[in-house]
Design a protein around this ligand. Structure first.
Ligand code: C2O
Ligand code: CU
Length: 539
């Protein structure tokens, strides 16, 4: 028995999964999975929600309605504010409070498997939406968890094996907000002054249907649409008053990375990241937001005249793409790679705020927000060990530590002792060679080699608890890096971190409370579905 077989067997026992059938690759038969299909009698929910994944026809563009997949939700128990319906294809916003016990009856009415992940939330394995828990059409899964996260903006989306990209693209996305004591004391803009913005890019056919088919290039780069939607709408305009607002922004795109900036060039003020509020507001010339990342902004329109307009844009930056690397020069990085602004780095308007009403009162930006216990190397349980996440590529498929996703698979190095704090090094230092070369190459080598360069940014997401960024070390391609480097928020709690080509990012992450399999993967959803995903086994 190999180590992996042994571990897998242990896991099977642990999760009482029994044997998994392989009739649908990677997808377990109902009979043998430990699905949570009935409510737990002992669990007393404060909030109970019915959430259904279904097909729907939603008007997005003028003319014919668009066929989408949509989460619809209904509050069964709890405060009315716990669920907020949105127009369009996005699921309802779930407004939760820290400490609440939440039960969600998830119904799959799609003619395909589906499972829902609560992105950013610290929940037990069986509630985390691991693809092994996908259910079939007509089935129900009961999610029950306590809200442990602090105030902030999380989200939910489908996480179905090899179908995540398409299902999310077709609409299976919704926001979760959480409030807590500490946040309530701050008196931040609330109600109509607290605006969620889900940014996504899509492409439409001439018949207004979502277009999703991947060119070879898009298979590698991830899907990039030609139409920006914000909260499911094109050319989104929001009327505002001359006062301060809180904007909760989620990049819900499959692969597109935004460089957020204001149209008047003014600096951009962040008050929160993936995992909640920052210690204090921080100002940036622009903010990079990769798929799955959230940022909360403070924006004050009080200096603006009524009738004027301020737009949130994505600014140009030097993206990375594949290119033919013929006759590569050795020496300092670069290696003859095409380092060009790819279609991802172009300038575009995301959402326009039109100032429509003069008001005299506005909350003031607090000097401090919430205390954050800063993790340092001293907090790491085993200071001699760094958990590696090496981004690689083989046979035109991105991988992590040389492996691609297998439902229950983990290696010795992916075993994490429960209740420990780990230092993790995510490395995107080796631009991969495709086209038969099959090996990552380091700057300095080279000379006369022919092949396709894959130097791409990857948003790496880890399930479970939020982490902190310890350090970032840029590598080759500094010219391009210079166009993005001032847009990283490294101070708050994170669950997704953008790792640029050449870059090495060290993070510190606690693995508390829950044992089991927790995913880590690239949140470029095309990369995820091609297998750029692995399990940590916490035990
Ligand atoms: Cu938002 Cu494993 O995903
Ligand atoms: Cu990736």
């Amino acid at each position: 028995m190999t180590n992996i077989d042994f571990n897998r067997r242990r896991f099977l026992q642990y999760a009482a999964l029994g044997t998994l059938t392989t009739s649908i690759p990677g997808f377990a038969s109902t009979a043998n999975r430990h699905l949570n299909q009935t409510p737990d009698k002992v669990f007393k929910p404060d909030v109970e929600i019915a959430l259904t994944a279904q097909t729907a026809e939603i008007p997005i563009l003028p003319g014919a309605a668009t066929r989408v997949l949509k989460y619809t939700g209904k509050l069964l128990k709890g405060p009315q504010a716990a669920i907020k319906q949105l127009p369009g294809y996005l699921g309802p916003i779930l407004n939760l409070e820290q400490g609440q016990r939440v039960r969600i009856f998830f119904y799959n009415q799609l003619p395909e498997p589906c499972v829902t992940h609560w992105h950013g939330m610290h929940v037990p394995q069986i509630m985390d939406g691991h693809p092994m828990y996908a259910i079939l059409q007509g089935e129900q899964y009961v999610y029950e968890f306590e809200v442990k996260n602090p105030a902030g903006t999380n989200w939910y989306h489908s996480h179905t094996h090899e179908m995540t990209a398409r299902q999310v693209y077709q609409g299976l996305t919704g926001l979760i907000t959480i409030t807590d004591e500490a946040e309530r004391k701050l008196d931040l803009p609330s109600g109509e002054f607290d605006i969620p913005l889900v940014i996504q890019d899509r492409s439409f056919t001439s018949g207004n249907q979502l277009h999703y088919s991947l060119t070879m290039r898009q298979r590698m780069q991830g899907f990039l649409g030609d139409t920006i939607l914000v909260n499911g709408q094109r050319n989104h305009v929001i009327p505002v008053k001359t006062r301060a607002y809180r904007l909760r922004i989620l990049n819900g795109s499959n692969a597109r990375i935004y460089k957020l900036g204001w149209s008047d060039g003014s600096p951009i003020t962040a008050i929160g990241t993936d995992g909640g509020l920052l210690e204090k507001p921080e100002t940036f010339p622009y903010i990079m937001l990769s798929p799955a990342e959230r940022v909360e902004l403070w924006v004050d329109f009080s200096g603006h005249k009524t009738g004027s307009e301020l737009a949130l844009q994505t600014l140009p930056y030097q993206g990375f793409s594949m290119g033919m690397g013929g006759g590569m020069r050795g020496g300092r990085g670069g290696m003859g790679m095409q380092e060009g602004a790819v279609d991802q780095g172009s300038k575009d308007t995301l959402v326009r705020f039109t100032i429509t009403e003069q008001v005299s009162d506005s909350p003031k930006l607090p000097d401090t927000l919430v205390p954050i216990h800063r993790l340092t190397v001293k907090d790491v349980s085993n200071p001699d060990k760094t958990v590696p996440i090496n981004i690689g590529m083989r046979r035109m498929t991105f991988n992590l530590n040389g492996r691609i996703f297998e439902m229950l698979d983990y290696t010795e190095q992916e075993r994490i002792p429960l209740n420990t704090v780990q230092k993790i090094r995510i490395s995107n230092a080796n631009p991969a060679m495709g086209g038969g070369m099959g090996r990552g190459m380091r700057g300095g080598q080279g000379g006369g080699m022919m092949g396709m360069m894959m130097a791409l940014p990857h948003p790496i997401h880890l399930h479970g608890q939020q982490f902190q960024i310890l350090s970032r070390k840029p590598g080759y391609a500094d010219n391009a890096y210079a166009t993005v480097k001032d847009g990283f928020i490294n101070s708050g709690w994170k669950d997704t971190v953008l790792v640029m080509p050449g870059e090495e990012v060290e993070i510190i992450k606690p693995f508390m409370d829950y044992t089991g399999l927790f995913l880590y993967h690239c949140h470029n959803l095309e990369h995820e579905d091609m297998g750029m995903m692995r399990n940590f086994f916490v035990s």
